[in-house]
Design a binder for this molecule. Sequence first.
Ligand code: NAD
Length: 351
Amino acid sequence: MTAIKVGLVGIGAQMKENLLPSLLQMPDVRIIAACDTDRARVTEIHRFVPGIPVKDSVVDLLKDIHVDALVMAGPPQMHREAALLAMQRGVAAFVEKPPCSTLAELEELVDVANRHGVVTGVGMNFKFAKPIRQLREMTTSREFGDTLFVQINHYANKPRTPLWGLDSSLRSFLLAQAIHTIDLAVTFGRGELIDVRPRVQRHSDGLIVNGDLTFSSGVTASLLSGTTFPYFEFQMKVVSSTSTMVELDNLWNMTVHEPEHGTNVTGVAKRWRGTWQPGPLDSGYERSGYYGELLAFFDAVRARGCFEADYASLLPTYRVIEAICQEETESAFEGLSLRSQSRSEHTAIAL
Ligand code: NAD
């Protein structure tokens, strides 16, 4: 198999700690160039891949070196601009999340990707994490029945100030953290997103964001997230038409609750619960999804096919992000004009 020639853009923490180690283990992928606006950072790549050319701009990298794909990890403005340049040259473009700052920008990226017929990808590693893959397999089995309800609690304590030069800490939090949560709700919701009911609470510089999503499949999802929590915690529950409930705790412990379960050893038992955990020797990159997402992306590049976490797959997620930002703007406006009148019902946002 001919190796895919890859250029790296943005040699910062995420590239060095997660993406690069995964790429270095991957068969038939060759890193042939690197780029960062910071000279000291870009030359650090030689500790891992000696002798490759280094550039301080994506324009120069694409002009001077023939690559099949770029893998990028920097601010969303860089992701968007560099992905546009790459796609216009027919180069596949994988970016860390977030790919861009707004829904309108994502729609432009999707449009350019379609026009140039290139494979695109976003680093939605939660979706490829081993426990989530296990949960997806379990909840799509015939025995599980139809998924009816998904609950995701994603507690965070940052960012509490705007990131990447944006003017909103809410949008920064949604793009940096809640993007994973919303993407998982969309993944497990299956079908088209048809309704979003968001609510945003601010206390000092912290946020609590919750929302209910409805999908055309009949699945509903309830999300709770924000930056007011003491530390990172992640809990997920999926409930099915067979009264089975699967709980995933901190992307690690999975518990399946069933009304009744039969095994050779126990016979038929009521109120059954079974547990699953990743293997203790599973590699960290595989467990966290970084290896799996890149492997699937390069498979799609080879096959000229579609990668599951491509730019288009994030359109519903960005619709939810815009709905949450719109809800906060509208609440602030109502708070000013109707301060004495309490809101009895929060409104659904038109998608
Ligand atoms: P970082 O600041 O450590 O690294 C970013 C690098 O990009 C820097 O070296 C910077 O000089 C470079 N850069 C900036 N603009 C550039 C440009 N125009 N051209 C070339 N290089 C440029 O940041 P980080 O912590 O590595 O985060 C990078 C991205 O990874 C962010 O978008 C973040 O959201 C994402 N990330 C994702 C996860 C995840 O769970 N998937 C986890 C951490 C970070």
